[in-house]
Design a protein around this ligand. Structure first.
Ligand code: HEM
Length: 355
Protein backbone atom coordinates (compact mmCIF):
# COMPACT_ATOMS: atom_id res chain seq x y z
CA UNK A 1 0.00 0.00 0.00
CA UNK A 2 2.77 2.35 1.05
CA UNK A 3 4.67 1.52 -2.13
CA UNK A 4 1.53 2.16 -4.25
CA UNK A 5 1.05 5.54 -2.62
CA UNK A 6 4.62 6.48 -3.39
CA UNK A 7 4.15 5.40 -6.98
CA UNK A 8 0.92 7.41 -7.26
CA UNK A 9 2.67 10.51 -5.95
CA UNK A 10 5.58 9.98 -8.33
CA UNK A 11 3.21 9.50 -11.27
CA UNK A 12 1.26 12.61 -10.28
CA UNK A 13 4.51 14.59 -10.18
CA UNK A 14 5.42 13.39 -13.67
CA UNK A 15 1.99 14.44 -14.98
CA UNK A 16 2.26 17.87 -13.35
CA UNK A 17 5.73 18.41 -14.80
CA UNK A 18 4.58 17.27 -18.25
CA UNK A 19 1.56 19.59 -18.22
CA UNK A 20 3.80 22.42 -17.06
CA UNK A 21 6.30 21.74 -19.83
CA UNK A 22 3.55 21.49 -22.45
CA UNK A 23 1.85 24.73 -21.45
CA UNK A 24 5.23 26.46 -21.33
CA UNK A 25 6.15 25.31 -24.80
CA UNK A 26 2.70 26.15 -26.23
CA UNK A 27 3.17 29.68 -24.89
CA UNK A 28 6.61 30.03 -26.37
CA UNK A 29 5.94 28.55 -29.80
CA UNK A 30 4.28 30.10 -32.82
CA UNK A 31 2.02 27.85 -34.85
CA UNK A 32 0.74 28.24 -38.45
CA UNK A 33 -2.71 26.97 -37.35
CA UNK A 34 -2.95 29.38 -34.40
CA UNK A 35 -6.14 31.04 -35.75
CA UNK A 36 -7.71 27.82 -37.11
CA UNK A 37 -10.72 28.12 -34.78
CA UNK A 38 -10.73 31.82 -33.96
CA UNK A 39 -10.11 33.39 -37.38
CA UNK A 40 -9.85 30.69 -40.04
CA UNK A 41 -10.01 33.13 -42.98
CA UNK A 42 -7.31 35.53 -41.77
CA UNK A 43 -4.84 34.58 -44.54
CA UNK A 44 -7.33 35.12 -47.34
CA UNK A 45 -8.59 38.38 -45.82
CA UNK A 46 -5.05 39.80 -45.78
CA UNK A 47 -4.42 38.48 -49.28
CA UNK A 48 -7.57 40.11 -50.70
CA UNK A 49 -6.68 43.55 -49.35
CA UNK A 50 -3.11 43.25 -50.65
CA UNK A 51 -4.23 41.92 -54.03
CA UNK A 52 -6.55 44.91 -54.46
CA UNK A 53 -4.12 47.57 -53.26
CA UNK A 54 -1.29 46.13 -55.37
CA UNK A 55 -3.34 46.62 -58.55
CA UNK A 56 -2.82 50.38 -58.26
CA UNK A 57 0.32 50.34 -56.10
CA UNK A 58 2.51 47.36 -57.02
CA UNK A 59 5.24 48.69 -54.73
CA UNK A 60 3.09 48.03 -51.66
CA UNK A 61 4.29 44.40 -51.63
CA UNK A 62 7.90 45.51 -51.19
CA UNK A 63 6.96 48.17 -48.68
CA UNK A 64 5.14 45.73 -46.39
CA UNK A 65 7.89 43.13 -46.56
CA UNK A 66 10.26 45.82 -45.33
CA UNK A 67 7.95 46.88 -42.49
CA UNK A 68 8.04 43.30 -41.12
CA UNK A 69 11.87 43.34 -41.25
CA UNK A 70 12.08 46.70 -39.49
CA UNK A 71 9.59 45.49 -36.90
CA UNK A 72 11.50 42.29 -36.10
CA UNK A 73 14.93 43.94 -35.74
CA UNK A 74 13.70 46.25 -32.95
CA UNK A 75 12.68 44.45 -29.74
CA UNK A 76 11.31 41.53 -31.80
CA UNK A 77 8.34 41.02 -34.15
CA UNK A 78 5.82 42.76 -31.91
CA UNK A 79 4.40 45.51 -34.14
CA UNK A 80 6.31 48.13 -32.12
CA UNK A 81 7.08 49.91 -35.41
CA UNK A 82 3.39 50.65 -35.86
CA UNK A 83 3.01 52.68 -32.65
CA UNK A 84 2.58 56.41 -33.21
CA UNK A 85 3.88 59.13 -30.92
CA UNK A 86 1.71 59.71 -27.84
CA UNK A 87 2.48 61.01 -24.36
CA UNK A 88 3.81 57.56 -23.41
CA UNK A 89 5.22 56.30 -26.73
CA UNK A 90 8.23 57.60 -28.62
CA UNK A 91 7.57 56.23 -32.08
CA UNK A 92 10.16 54.17 -33.97
CA UNK A 93 8.81 55.72 -37.14
CA UNK A 94 11.20 58.64 -36.68
CA UNK A 95 14.30 56.40 -36.62
CA UNK A 96 16.88 57.13 -39.36
CA UNK A 97 15.97 53.95 -41.23
CA UNK A 98 12.22 54.61 -41.05
CA UNK A 99 11.64 58.34 -41.27
CA UNK A 100 10.13 59.34 -44.63
CA UNK A 101 11.10 55.89 -45.78
CA UNK A 102 8.82 53.12 -44.54
CA UNK A 103 5.55 52.97 -46.42
CA UNK A 104 2.30 51.11 -46.18
CA UNK A 105 1.21 51.70 -42.59
CA UNK A 106 -2.12 52.97 -43.91
CA UNK A 107 -2.56 49.67 -45.74
CA UNK A 108 -1.73 47.75 -42.54
CA UNK A 109 -4.62 49.63 -40.92
CA UNK A 110 -6.87 48.76 -43.85
CA UNK A 111 -5.96 45.09 -43.36
CA UNK A 112 -6.53 45.31 -39.60
CA UNK A 113 -10.01 46.78 -40.17
CA UNK A 114 -10.91 43.95 -42.57
CA UNK A 115 -9.60 41.35 -40.10
CA UNK A 116 -11.39 42.97 -37.11
CA UNK A 117 -14.66 42.93 -39.07
CA UNK A 118 -14.37 39.16 -39.45
CA UNK A 119 -12.82 38.26 -36.06
CA UNK A 120 -12.83 41.11 -33.56
CA UNK A 121 -10.06 41.28 -30.97
CA UNK A 122 -8.28 38.12 -32.05
CA UNK A 123 -5.50 38.75 -34.56
CA UNK A 124 -2.41 40.73 -33.56
CA UNK A 125 -0.89 43.49 -35.66
CA UNK A 126 2.46 41.67 -35.44
CA UNK A 127 0.90 38.58 -37.08
CA UNK A 128 -0.68 40.79 -39.75
CA UNK A 129 2.83 42.08 -40.64
CA UNK A 130 4.21 38.53 -40.84
CA UNK A 131 1.31 37.38 -43.02
CA UNK A 132 1.57 40.46 -45.24
CA UNK A 133 5.27 39.74 -45.83
CA UNK A 134 4.57 36.18 -46.98
CA UNK A 135 1.59 37.18 -49.13
CA UNK A 136 3.68 39.96 -50.68
CA UNK A 137 6.30 37.41 -51.67
CA UNK A 138 3.63 35.21 -53.28
CA UNK A 139 1.91 38.07 -55.12
CA UNK A 140 5.31 39.12 -56.51
CA UNK A 141 5.77 35.52 -57.80
CA UNK A 142 8.14 34.52 -55.01
CA UNK A 143 7.96 31.59 -52.60
CA UNK A 144 5.13 30.81 -50.20
CA UNK A 145 5.49 29.38 -46.71
CA UNK A 146 3.32 28.49 -43.76
CA UNK A 147 3.59 31.55 -41.52
CA UNK A 148 3.97 30.63 -37.84
CA UNK A 149 1.39 32.70 -35.92
CA UNK A 150 0.43 33.63 -32.37
CA UNK A 151 2.53 36.75 -31.87
CA UNK A 152 1.13 39.43 -29.60
CA UNK A 153 1.59 43.19 -29.81
CA UNK A 154 3.98 45.19 -27.66
CA UNK A 155 3.01 47.80 -25.11
CA UNK A 156 6.14 49.80 -25.91
CA UNK A 157 8.30 51.09 -28.76
CA UNK A 158 12.03 51.86 -28.71
CA UNK A 159 13.33 54.63 -30.95
CA UNK A 160 16.88 54.37 -29.60
CA UNK A 161 17.03 50.66 -30.34
CA UNK A 162 15.59 51.27 -33.82
CA UNK A 163 18.48 53.68 -34.51
CA UNK A 164 20.94 51.11 -33.15
CA UNK A 165 19.60 47.96 -34.78
CA UNK A 166 18.45 48.87 -38.28
CA UNK A 167 21.37 48.40 -40.67
CA UNK A 168 22.27 51.40 -42.85
CA UNK A 169 22.72 51.21 -46.64
CA UNK A 170 26.36 52.37 -46.43
CA UNK A 171 27.37 49.63 -43.98
CA UNK A 172 30.40 47.57 -44.94
CA UNK A 173 30.07 43.80 -44.72
CA UNK A 174 31.39 43.44 -41.15
CA UNK A 175 28.76 45.85 -39.80
CA UNK A 176 26.00 44.12 -41.77
CA UNK A 177 27.15 40.81 -40.30
CA UNK A 178 27.11 42.16 -36.75
CA UNK A 179 23.66 43.74 -37.17
CA UNK A 180 22.35 40.33 -38.22
CA UNK A 181 24.26 38.31 -35.63
CA UNK A 182 22.84 40.59 -32.93
CA UNK A 183 19.49 39.08 -33.97
CA UNK A 184 20.97 35.56 -34.01
CA UNK A 185 20.89 35.56 -37.80
CA UNK A 186 23.79 34.01 -39.73
CA UNK A 187 25.79 35.21 -42.71
CA UNK A 188 23.62 32.96 -44.89
CA UNK A 189 20.52 34.65 -43.45
CA UNK A 190 22.10 38.03 -44.29
CA UNK A 191 22.72 37.11 -47.93
CA UNK A 192 19.32 35.42 -48.23
CA UNK A 193 17.24 38.17 -46.65
CA UNK A 194 19.08 40.89 -48.58
CA UNK A 195 17.41 39.13 -51.55
CA UNK A 196 14.27 40.99 -50.39
CA UNK A 197 15.77 43.75 -52.55
CA UNK A 198 14.60 41.78 -55.59
CA UNK A 199 11.51 44.04 -55.38
CA UNK A 200 10.89 47.65 -54.41
CA UNK A 201 12.53 51.04 -54.74
CA UNK A 202 15.11 53.19 -53.06
CA UNK A 203 15.45 56.94 -52.79
CA UNK A 204 18.64 58.48 -54.19
CA UNK A 205 19.73 59.77 -50.78
CA UNK A 206 20.50 56.21 -49.67
CA UNK A 207 23.16 55.61 -52.33
CA UNK A 208 24.02 58.98 -53.91
CA UNK A 209 27.46 59.05 -52.22
CA UNK A 210 28.39 56.00 -54.27
CA UNK A 211 27.80 57.97 -57.46
CA UNK A 212 29.93 61.04 -56.77
CA UNK A 213 31.91 60.83 -53.57
CA UNK A 214 32.35 57.31 -52.28
CA UNK A 215 33.81 57.24 -48.74
CA UNK A 216 35.04 60.82 -49.17
CA UNK A 217 37.26 59.92 -52.17
CA UNK A 218 35.65 62.48 -54.50
CA UNK A 219 35.07 59.62 -56.99
CA UNK A 220 32.35 57.02 -57.57
CA UNK A 221 32.37 53.60 -55.92
CA UNK A 222 34.82 51.59 -58.08
CA UNK A 223 32.64 48.47 -57.76
CA UNK A 224 29.80 50.19 -59.66
CA UNK A 225 29.29 49.04 -63.25
CA UNK A 226 30.18 52.14 -65.40
CA UNK A 227 27.03 51.99 -67.54
CA UNK A 228 24.87 51.54 -64.46
CA UNK A 229 26.71 54.48 -62.84
CA UNK A 230 25.70 56.73 -65.74
CA UNK A 231 22.08 55.62 -65.55
CA UNK A 232 22.00 56.30 -61.81
CA UNK A 233 23.72 59.68 -62.13
CA UNK A 234 20.96 60.75 -64.53
CA UNK A 235 18.30 59.74 -61.99
CA UNK A 236 20.14 61.17 -58.99
CA UNK A 237 21.80 64.51 -59.72
CA UNK A 238 24.62 65.73 -57.48
CA UNK A 239 22.70 68.85 -56.51
CA UNK A 240 22.68 68.57 -52.74
CA UNK A 241 18.88 68.22 -52.87
CA UNK A 242 16.66 66.00 -50.75
CA UNK A 243 17.50 62.93 -52.83
CA UNK A 244 13.95 61.64 -52.88
CA UNK A 245 13.94 60.50 -56.51
CA UNK A 246 13.29 56.78 -56.73
CA UNK A 247 14.86 53.93 -58.59
CA UNK A 248 14.46 50.16 -58.62
CA UNK A 249 16.46 48.08 -56.17
CA UNK A 250 16.55 45.29 -58.78
CA UNK A 251 17.44 46.87 -62.12
CA UNK A 252 16.64 43.67 -64.06
CA UNK A 253 13.18 42.60 -62.84
CA UNK A 254 11.97 45.38 -60.48
CA UNK A 255 8.62 43.95 -59.39
CA UNK A 256 9.24 40.22 -59.71
CA UNK A 257 10.55 38.21 -56.81
CA UNK A 258 13.37 36.17 -58.37
CA UNK A 259 17.15 35.60 -58.14
CA UNK A 260 18.09 38.44 -60.53
CA UNK A 261 19.05 40.57 -57.52
CA UNK A 262 22.07 38.28 -57.14
CA UNK A 263 23.10 38.30 -60.83
CA UNK A 264 22.99 42.09 -60.67
CA UNK A 265 25.65 41.95 -57.95
CA UNK A 266 27.85 39.85 -60.23
CA UNK A 267 27.75 42.60 -62.86
CA UNK A 268 28.31 45.49 -60.46
CA UNK A 269 24.67 46.51 -60.51
CA UNK A 270 23.81 46.28 -56.83
CA UNK A 271 22.04 49.54 -55.95
CA UNK A 272 23.01 50.00 -52.31
CA UNK A 273 26.53 49.63 -50.96
CA UNK A 274 25.09 47.04 -48.54
CA UNK A 275 23.97 44.99 -51.57
CA UNK A 276 27.21 45.18 -53.55
CA UNK A 277 29.32 44.42 -50.45
CA UNK A 278 27.95 40.86 -50.48
CA UNK A 279 29.73 40.14 -53.76
CA UNK A 280 32.55 42.69 -53.98
CA UNK A 281 34.21 42.30 -50.60
CA UNK A 282 37.49 40.53 -51.37
CA UNK A 283 37.53 36.91 -50.20
CA UNK A 284 34.22 37.22 -48.35
CA UNK A 285 32.30 34.14 -47.30
CA UNK A 286 29.18 35.75 -48.81
CA UNK A 287 30.48 35.44 -52.41
CA UNK A 288 29.93 31.68 -52.82
CA UNK A 289 26.44 32.05 -51.32
CA UNK A 290 25.59 34.74 -53.90
CA UNK A 291 26.97 32.47 -56.64
CA UNK A 292 24.86 29.54 -55.45
CA UNK A 293 21.71 31.67 -55.54
CA UNK A 294 22.56 32.90 -59.06
CA UNK A 295 22.87 29.31 -60.25
CA UNK A 296 19.85 27.95 -58.43
CA UNK A 297 16.72 30.05 -57.86
CA UNK A 298 14.98 27.22 -55.97
CA UNK A 299 17.85 27.17 -53.51
CA UNK A 300 17.34 30.91 -52.95
CA UNK A 301 13.59 30.39 -52.48
CA UNK A 302 14.11 27.55 -49.97
CA UNK A 303 16.58 29.64 -48.01
CA UNK A 304 14.33 32.69 -48.16
CA UNK A 305 11.41 30.75 -46.62
CA UNK A 306 13.60 29.44 -43.81
CA UNK A 307 15.25 32.80 -43.09
CA UNK A 308 11.91 34.66 -43.11
CA UNK A 309 10.49 32.16 -40.61
CA UNK A 310 13.62 32.56 -38.49
CA UNK A 311 13.40 36.36 -38.64
CA UNK A 312 9.68 36.17 -37.85
CA UNK A 313 10.50 34.35 -34.62
CA UNK A 314 12.77 37.06 -33.22
CA UNK A 315 11.71 38.18 -29.73
CA UNK A 316 8.04 37.32 -30.17
CA UNK A 317 5.53 37.94 -27.38
CA UNK A 318 3.25 34.95 -26.81
CA UNK A 319 0.81 33.61 -24.23
CA UNK A 320 -0.27 36.40 -21.93
CA UNK A 321 2.56 38.83 -22.72
CA UNK A 322 1.69 41.98 -24.65
CA UNK A 323 -1.82 42.40 -26.01
CA UNK A 324 -3.94 42.20 -29.14
CA UNK A 325 -4.16 45.84 -30.16
CA UNK A 326 -7.51 47.13 -31.27
CA UNK A 327 -5.85 49.76 -33.42
CA UNK A 328 -2.34 49.00 -34.67
CA UNK A 329 -1.01 52.53 -34.07
CA UNK A 330 -1.89 52.68 -30.37
CA UNK A 331 -1.65 50.43 -27.34
CA UNK A 332 -5.12 49.61 -26.05
CA UNK A 333 -4.87 51.83 -22.98
CA UNK A 334 -4.21 54.68 -25.40
CA UNK A 335 -6.89 53.81 -27.94
CA UNK A 336 -9.61 54.28 -25.31
CA UNK A 337 -9.56 58.02 -25.87
CA UNK A 338 -6.32 58.76 -24.05
CA UNK A 339 -4.38 59.08 -27.26
CA UNK A 340 -2.73 62.38 -27.95
CA UNK A 341 -3.22 63.29 -31.58
CA UNK A 342 0.04 62.83 -33.47
CA UNK A 343 1.65 65.92 -34.93
CA UNK A 344 1.65 66.25 -38.69
CA UNK A 345 5.29 65.17 -38.79
CA UNK A 346 4.81 62.08 -36.70
CA UNK A 347 1.40 61.21 -38.07
CA UNK A 348 0.89 58.18 -40.16
CA UNK A 349 0.33 60.38 -43.22
CA UNK A 350 3.73 61.98 -42.85
CA UNK A 351 5.59 58.70 -42.54
CA UNK A 352 3.54 56.69 -44.97
CA UNK A 353 3.50 59.26 -47.74
CA UNK A 354 3.92 57.47 -51.02
CA UNK A 355 7.20 58.67 -52.36
C1 HEM B 1 20.95 44.05 -45.08
C2 HEM B 1 20.64 45.22 -44.65
C3 HEM B 1 19.62 46.12 -45.30
C4 HEM B 1 19.77 47.43 -45.59
C5 HEM B 1 21.00 48.27 -45.29
C6 HEM B 1 18.57 47.87 -46.24
C7 HEM B 1 18.34 49.16 -46.67
C8 HEM B 1 17.27 49.56 -47.43
C9 HEM B 1 17.08 50.87 -47.96
C10 HEM B 1 17.99 52.07 -47.74
C11 HEM B 1 15.95 50.87 -48.72
C12 HEM B 1 15.34 52.03 -49.48
C13 HEM B 1 14.34 52.77 -48.60
C14 HEM B 1 13.85 54.07 -49.19
O1 HEM B 1 14.29 54.49 -50.26
O2 HEM B 1 12.98 54.72 -48.56
C15 HEM B 1 15.42 49.54 -48.64
C16 HEM B 1 14.28 49.12 -49.25
C17 HEM B 1 13.76 47.86 -49.14
N1 HEM B 1 14.22 46.85 -48.32
FE1 HEM B 1 15.97 46.81 -47.37
N2 HEM B 1 17.72 46.81 -46.35
C18 HEM B 1 18.31 45.72 -45.78
C19 HEM B 1 17.74 44.47 -45.63
C20 HEM B 1 16.48 44.14 -46.01
C21 HEM B 1 15.80 42.93 -45.65
C22 HEM B 1 16.35 41.86 -44.73
C23 HEM B 1 14.58 42.95 -46.26
C24 HEM B 1 13.46 41.95 -46.23
C25 HEM B 1 13.61 40.68 -46.11
C26 HEM B 1 14.51 44.19 -47.00
C27 HEM B 1 13.47 44.57 -47.80
C28 HEM B 1 13.41 45.77 -48.47
C29 HEM B 1 12.39 46.07 -49.47
C30 HEM B 1 11.35 45.10 -49.98
C31 HEM B 1 12.60 47.40 -49.86
C32 HEM B 1 11.77 48.23 -50.84
C33 HEM B 1 10.72 49.00 -50.05
C34 HEM B 1 9.81 49.86 -50.87
O3 HEM B 1 9.88 49.88 -52.08
O4 HEM B 1 8.99 50.57 -50.23
N3 HEM B 1 15.66 44.89 -46.80
N4 HEM B 1 16.23 48.76 -47.85
Amino acid sequence: MKCCDTMKVALWCVVVVLIGALSFSSEAQLDPSFYRNTCPKVHSIVREVLRNVSKTDPRILASLMRVHFHDCFVQGCDASILLNNTDTIVSEQQAFGNNNSIRGLDVVNQIKTAVENACPGVVSCADILALAAEISSVLAHGPDWKVPLGRRDSLTANLTLANENLPAPNFPLDRLKSAFSKQNLTVTDLVTLSGGHTIGRSQCRFFVDRLYNFNGTGSPDPTLNPTFLQVLQAICPNDGGAGTNLTNLDVSTPDTFDNKYYSNLQSGKGLLQSDQELFSTLGAETIPIVNNFINNQSLFFENFKASMIKMGNIGVLTGSRGEIRRQCNFVNSNSLGLAIPATKDSSEDGVVSSI
